[in-house]
Design a protein around this ligand. Sequence first.
Ligand code: NAI
Ligand code: MG
Length: 358
Amino acid sequence: MTHKIAVLPGDGIGPEITEQAVRVLTALGLDLDLQTAPVGGAAYEAEGHPLPAATLNLALDSAAILFGAVGDWKYDQLARELRPEQAILGLRKALGLFANLRPAILYPQLANASSLKPEIVAGLDILIVRELTGDIYFGQPRGVREVADGPFKGERQGYDTMHYAESEVRRIAHVAFRAAQKRNKRLCSVDKANVLETSQFWRDIMIAVAPEYPDVTLSHMYVDNAAMQLVREPKAFDVVVTGNLFGDILSDEAAMLTGSIGMLPSASLNASNQGLYEPSHGSAPDIAGQNMANPLATILSAAMLLRYSLNQGAQADRIEAAVQAVLEQGLRTADIYEAGTDKVTTSQMGDAVLKALK
Ligand code: NAI
Ligand code: MG
């Protein structure tokens, strides 16, 4: 069966890094139909819209999307709906991408990149599963109002609403349990159930879903403790599942444990495992067009694409092993360079991964 993949390179370093990931996907010998379309600022320049209808239709009609990055300061003056980042929001909405998977992996060869001691982080390999479409970010009502009574009577007050529907919690629970099954079968649900009703509800649903995954061990942790444990003993985690707000913060915290933004992939999935795969970093306009960006986050995003949308875990393992091998050979793009290693360009890094695959 041919798998159709939408390739959306985007802006800045997007095209350079996506090109290397496409070379890697192509080299695997799978039956893939890779179709490229413009997105973000590049699409605005060409067609007057960051997410043209043809690009959106291609994405909807594909098993998965390989996305580079979008954005540049030169688009800051555009109306909000024409800005490059609207393309990601539009794709998320159109495909119903509610589950954000952010691995934080620290390859042993890069242990010095972390701000934590190597013995605490070397070999770190955790996965944060963040709910992406609900929670306080989208809850209604929200706004600024005048307080009717109590100690702040007559003052203006800003407010938001946190809520999760049962089906929203159930579907992210299933994604997280399935991800845990593909890894070390330990899932930690992070909430604030000691204070928030929404969190107690979330916890109850996690517990209700757990019997469907008897091979996965479910635990619970309050978010404040989770923030501490991530820097104290991060390797104690395997898969973490949490809501949109807590996940926003914890996934950035976990990313920084690895110290190298050029290495971190991500996935955003819907209920039918259709997904958008992109590096965690942005379009890096400061280094665009110089053949010096690190393509590994995008190459590792392609590995996630194979694992989660195409159910090709063994091929994903192959790519991840090849990345590990080039690091072992001492090859480094500028962002992860340190004395005693070999500095390489974007395309040289791609060449090396291809060679290691064989
Ligand atoms: P950024 O992630 O693009 O860059 C931050 C710093 O990290 C820069 O110094 C950059 O050179 C470096 N960097 C990032 N990726 C790298 C790589 N692969 N190899 C080597 N160095 C790398 O974040 P910034 O500067 O805040 O945003 C730049 C543009 O990217 C903005 O327009 C922003 O809106 C957009 N952006 C897009 C995202 C996306 O497409 N999903 C996500 C985040 C930002
Ligand atoms: Mg964030």
